[in-house]
Design a protein. Structure first.
Length: 259
């Protein structure tokens, strides 16, 4: 059996005056080396996509983190300058893919911005600048450190007993690298909270009625996936789900492939 393939929606980035469709290396590397799957980067466009045509050709959906935020209009709020930066093409690409992947029982792993997109896609809302709220810690990345220091595992998260993630990495307290300015405010009706930070911030969810692996985490398992047991366990479980989905798909005939 050839390696299955997962779709990863791209961000829009500008370099040297040109527009790029980009995904950070760590996500692609974690998919290949920890989940054991290949990855197709899906360009981000605000219109014109056939979501099912994309999902017909892959076996999973990996929704990555990003420096941009989901636009507040997508969850019924007004945007202001501090809520940005925004990436409307990423929103328009990712949210329909998330909904259809769940509907079609295609395995889904959503990370950082991804968990926020998952929540919004299913009817939830987000809170901005959570560090300004009483009793909430500063979850933003530390200043004046290199990338390894920025993504250092420093925060305790409690995984609920009996949750989907507990079945993968075990219940109780774990240590993670969670870096974010926004977080889930109103949890979507179809989502179950799987893990929380000590200040109550939602750090992981699963889709209640999903017929396949459908998990979102606010932290960054992709960064230390080769050395951190928790991070590796999440990607390995996602990879197993993707392989199971791929194995159950009917084979594509030569005529179908040409068509």
């Amino acid at each position: 059996m050839t390696k299955p393939i997962v779709a990863i929606p791209a961000d829009i980035r500008s370099f040297d005056g040109a527009t790029w469709h980009a995904v950070q290396h760590q996500y692609l590397s974690a998919a290949l080396n920890a989940a054991g799957v290949m990855a197709f980067v899906i360009p981000a466009f605000e219109a014109g996509y056939d979501t099912d045509a994309i999902l017909d050709r892959v076996d999973g959906l990996l929704v990555s983190g990003s420096a941009s935020n989901v636009h507040p209009s997508l969850y019924g709020a007004e945007a202001n300058d501090k809520d940005g930066p925004f990436d409307p093409a990423r929103d328009a690409t990712s949210l329909p893919l998330i909904r259809r992947a769940i509907d079609r029982a295609i395995p889904l792993l959503a990370i950082c911005r991804g968990i926020q997109e998952l929540n919004v896609a299913l009817g939830g809302s987000l809170a901005s600048e959570i560090h300004e709220q009483p009793g909430i810690w500063d979850h933003r990345r530390p200043e004046g450190v290199d990338r390894d220091g920025m993504y250092a595992i420093r925060q305790t998260v409690h995984v609920k007993e009996g949750s989907c993630i507990a079945g993968i990495i075990g219940p109780g307290d774990i240590r993670v690298n969670s870096l974010h300015r926004q977080a889930i405010a109103r949890t979507a009706p179809r989502l179950q909270v799987e893990a929380t930070a000590e200040d109550g911030t939602v750090e992981a969810v699963s889709v209640i009625d999903a017929k396949a692996f459908a998990v979102g985490v606010q932290w960054h398992p992709e960064y230390w996936v080769e050395t951190d047991k928790t991070s590796n366990g999440l990607f390995a479980a996602f990879g197993d789900a993707v392989r199971s989905y791929a194995a159950a798909k009917p084979p594509v005939t030569a005529a179908q492939a040409i068509a």
